[in-house]
Write a protein that binds this ligand. Structure first.
Ligand SMILES: Nc1nc2c(ncn2[C@@H]2O[C@H](COP(=O)(O)OP(=O)(O)OP(=O)(O)O)[C@@H](O)[C@H]2O)c(=O)[nH]1
Length: 855
């Protein structure tokens, strides 16, 4: 039946056989005559039939010829069939709801995968596991992980949480277990964020694939029954007994080596009985004949041995028995029987894998009543029970047992220990039968050529009961065989998702609160550090400014002083006559420049000392503001200051010495040299100065430049001698005057030469200094160096501040981004928790009936 025909909007719980006085037809559910609307199921109570509109498994209910004949002839059977069909309707209701829930679950997982790729989902590594050391599962490690994984460094929250009690989580389907050996620790806790996220993603994909196959399984209209058991226990015989004909080869020697799928030929192979042998490595596609080889049914007894060629034999057989008797063709669903090879070392694993396939609805385990359960049989049953698969246990060859009660007791004891659930419902799930008797009573069977009996074929109460249980379980209780696994899976999945979502919701909420608190704390801290930085930098700048300008002033003053004093400085250089005049000139020049440079050096030394103290002060200010250890550990080396060639004054002074450099007539020195007392009273000072000026500007030049005229003047004076007594004029006066006029300047010039040279050099130097603005440039040079050196610790401070501010700023933006992440995630998980809880309720409410109420 196409599921879409029975659409939503009606509650499966309301399905019931209608009993109305006015109307024999009860409407089970449906639309009100709307042809496009959901199908309508009408059940005629008197006739025990559905009307022609009612679709059952894709067919029009019971309007087939066979069915009508059967139903007309037997109202009890009709009621049975009606019940089957009613259960089919109910099945469809549940199936559609489950389908919807499977799709929802799959979408939720896709959303989680998308979320996981952007913001890694927190997956607790402290999952409850009896084998795990709970000491490893502290809450702090969990929080450390979420911090590491997704939120970042909200350190205080981490600390806050450390005190709280540890929690463990229990997942069933979402459990990721990375244990290598049974005793080893779960490696989950050692994984990093991306690895964990990847694993979770894979887990989601795996679950999605499983959901898909569950969806396919519940949509599949057929049911598969895997018949397995120990070697030679009579599995093939049991299949034949169910078919009431010898289809599968039976042998005392192990014979069935290939899995055989017995399928109704009428519905699935146009009624043709044959075997489709699927070669190893091929996947059976009915419509593609390249995927299998066709053999007549008679070949089956050879084919079952050919496990080296074939992996699967599809055996198409026709079961002509009425729908209420035939298991394969029961009028409701397709049932396929799979006759598996007997369990031995080779086949055990394959059979176990086979039994876990989604399309296996029921496992029938055939055990030989004579041998009881073998080791492999016991293992198979406990493993199937662990997988929560329902198992029918058929104790075959019971006809061979003499003390049947004893045998029953022993086997039931074994069942009890193997599967308590099966034991509890043993009347439905454990059957003691003889397959051989069923076949022997009906050797011809109801094959295609055999006469379908009248429905009263061979009977055995035990076998009838077994068949009835199987039928009811597969046909009427399909909800259990097909839908229950899907429901259980969804219940587990939603329960895990609720837990996962709630954990994330809780942690992201905590994370959000933490981030908000951190931001609150960080705001003032950030402003504080900004202000402190500005203040400290300003203080340091002011300090640098004041030290540099003090150094500048000091240097300038000192240089000025020496320049002023240099005229009168005693250089202690002896003038050893004009023969050594060049050497004298050099020594004088060097002496004067040396004096100036001495002062420059002393200004530099002063600058060094000032720099050193200023560095200490700047460092102190830095430590005061930023704390110990916040600045780089640097050491000031005073000698590194002014280490380069500091002065090129000497190079600028002309080295050439001319004779005129030694001539500098000066009244003062003249007086000094000539023994003339200089007026020193205040009133005479002006005269002295004027005279000095005159000398400086006139007499000295006059003596040098106008010497001849002076002499001629003196000569002129000599002409006056005509009026003076001759001997005076001719002998005394001229001689004296000439002697005075020539001798004194010459004497003066000779004596003054070294001083004059010094004065001239000083003048020269002063001129040079003046033209070059030497004092300013040198003071500037010295103070600039101070500023440059002081800028290093200042820069260290501003760098340290910049780093702190940047750190704070980075932290702030990190917290802001964490906050945003937390808010987005929080709203995602809030919504998710709501959704998965709703889905959990919905799935829980599906009424598939109690598993063990088969009757
Ligand atoms: N007495 C008795 N013999 C049975 C019964 N069922 C099967 N046998 C015999 O037991 C032997 C093995 O039966 P099979 O049906 O081939 O057993 P099997 O479990 O299919 O064998 P493998 O598939 O080879 O493991 C055959 O000789 C059957 O005739 C039974 O109910 N009673």
């Amino acid at each position: 039946m196409s599921g879409e025909k029975f659409e939503k909007d009606h509650n499966p719980a309301e399905l019931s056989l209608g009993e109305s006085d006015q109307d024999d037809n009860a409407t089970l559910f449906g639309s009100n005559g709307d042809p496009q609307g959901p199908a309508v199921a009408h059940f005629n109570i008197r006739e025990g039939t559905f009307d022609g509109q009612t679709l059952v498994n894709g067919e029009q209910g019971i309007r087939t010829e066979n069915n009508i004949s059967v139903l007309n002839g037997n109202s009890a059977q009709a009621t049975d069939l009606a019940r089957s069909q009613l259960s089919q309707l109910q099945y469809n209701e549940n199936r559609i709801s489950l389908d919807r829930s499977i799709n929802t679950a799959s979408n939720i997982l896709s959303n989680l995968q998308a979320e996981n790729s952007v913001r890694p989902i927190y997956y607790p590594t402290n999952i409850q596991d009896e084998t795990l050391d709970s000491k490893l599962n502290s809450k702090s490690s969990k929080l450390a992980l979420i911090r590491h994984n997704s939120v970042g460094n909200s350190q205080h929250l981490l600390t806050e949480q450390r005190g709280s009690s540890s929690e463990t989580y229990s997942f069933e389907l979402l459990k990721i277990n990375l244990k290598i050996g049974p005793s080893s620790e779960n490696l989950l806790q050692t994984l990093d964020k991306s690895a964990l996220s990847q694993l979770l993603n894979e887990k989601f994909s795996h679950i999605k694939r499983h959901l898909k196959s569950l969806g396919e399984r519940i949509d599949d209209t057929s049911s598969k029954v895997l018949v397995t058991g120990d070697l030679n226990s009579g599995k093939s015989a049991f299949c034949n007994a169910l078919l009431r004909r010898k289809v599968m080869p039976e042998d005392q020697q192990p014979c069935t080596n290939v899995f055989c799928e017995i399928v109704d030929a009428r519905d699935n192979n146009k009624g043709i009985e044959e075997v489709h042998a699927v070669p190893i490595g091929s996947v059976y596609l009915k419509n593609d004949e390249r995927t299998y080889k066709i053999f007549p049914l008679e070949e089956l007894e050879h084919l079952v041995y050919q496990s080296e060629h074939y992996s699967l034999l599809i055996v198409y057989v026709t079961d002509n028995r009425p729908v209420n008797q035939s298991l394969l063709k029961n009028g409701v669903i397709d049932i396929k029987l799979i006759d598996a090879p007997g369990l031995n070392l080779d086949s055990y694993h394959t059979t176990q894998v086979f039994s876990r396939q989604e399309e296996i609805d029921l496992v029938v385990f055939v055990v030989n009543a004579e041998n009881h359960f073998t080791l492999s049989g016991r293992e198979f049953i406990s493993s199937a029970t662990n997988d929560k698969n329902l198992i029918f246990i058929v104790v075959n060859k019971f006809d061979n047992i003499r003390d049947q009660n004893k045998c029953k007791r022993k086997i039931m004891d074994q069942v009890h220990s193997l599967s308590p659930e099966t034991y509890k419902n043993s009347s439905n799930f454990v059957h003691f039968v003889s397959s051989r008797e069923m076949i022997n009573q009906n050797p011809g069977g109801d094959g295609p050529d055999g006469n379908p009996d009248d429905g009263d074929g061979p009977h055995s109460p035990d076998f009838d009961h077994l068949e009835a249980s199987l039928r009811k379980f597969l046909v009427e209780k399909r909800s259990l065989s097909k839908l229950l696994p899907a429901k259980n899976y969804l219940v587990k999945l939603y329960s895990d998702l609720i837990e996962l979502s709630q954990i994330n919701e809780k942690l992201y909420n905590e994370s959000k609160i933490g981030a908000e608190n951190e931001l609150k704390e960080l705001g003032p801290q950030y402003d504080e550090i900004l202000q402190l930085s500005a203040k400290t930098n300003e203080k340091v700048s002011r300090l640098i400014e004041s030290v540099s300008s003090e150094v500048y002033t000091n240097s300038r003053d000192q240089i000025n002083r020496i320049i002023n004093e240099v005229d009168h400085l005693s250089l202690g250089i002896k003038f050893e006559g004009y023969s050594n005049i060049t050497e004298f000139a050099r020594q004088v020049q060097e002496g004067i420049i040396g004096k100036i440079l001495e002062v420059v050096s002393s200004a530099e030394e002063h600058a060094r000392n000032e720099t050193s103290s200023a560095i200490d002060e700047i460092k102190r200010l830095g430590v005061q503001a930023l704390g110990e250890g916040s600045l780089p550990n640097t050491r000031f080396i005073p000698s590194s200051m002014y280490s380069k060639k500091k002065d090129n004054l000497q190079r600028h002074i002309e080295n050439e010495v001319s004779l005129f450099d030694f001539v500098d007539p000066n009244f003062e020195s003249f007086c000094k040299i000539c023994g003339i007392t200089i007026p020193d009273s205040r009133t005479n000072l002006l005269i002295g100065l004027t005279a000095n000026k005159l000398w400086a500007g006139g007499l000295s030049s006059m003596a040098i430049l106008y010497g001849p005229q002076v002499i001629s003047t003196v000569t002129g004076i000599a002409s006056i001698s005509n009026y003076i007594p001759k001997f005076v004029v001719t002998k005394v006066v001229p001689g004296t005057l000439i002697g005075i006029a020539i001798g004194m300047p010459l004497y003066y010039l000779y004596k003054d030469a070294p001083y004059a040279y010094q004065r001239n050099v000083v003048k020269k130097i002063k001129r040079k200094i003046e033209s070059e603005d030497y004092q300013h440039l040198n003071s500037l040079r010295i103070s600039k160096e101070v500023r440059k050196v002081l800028n290093y610790p200042a820069k260290d401070i501003s760098n340290a501040f910049a780093t702190t501010i940047e750190k704070q700023s980075l932290r702030r933006s990190k917290i802001l981004s964490d906050l945003k992440t937390s808010e987005i995630s929080l709203s995602f998980y809030r919504e998710l928790t709501k959704q998965v809880k709703e889905q959990y309720q919905i799935v829980q409410s599906f009424d598939l009936e109690s598993v063990h109420t088969v009757n």
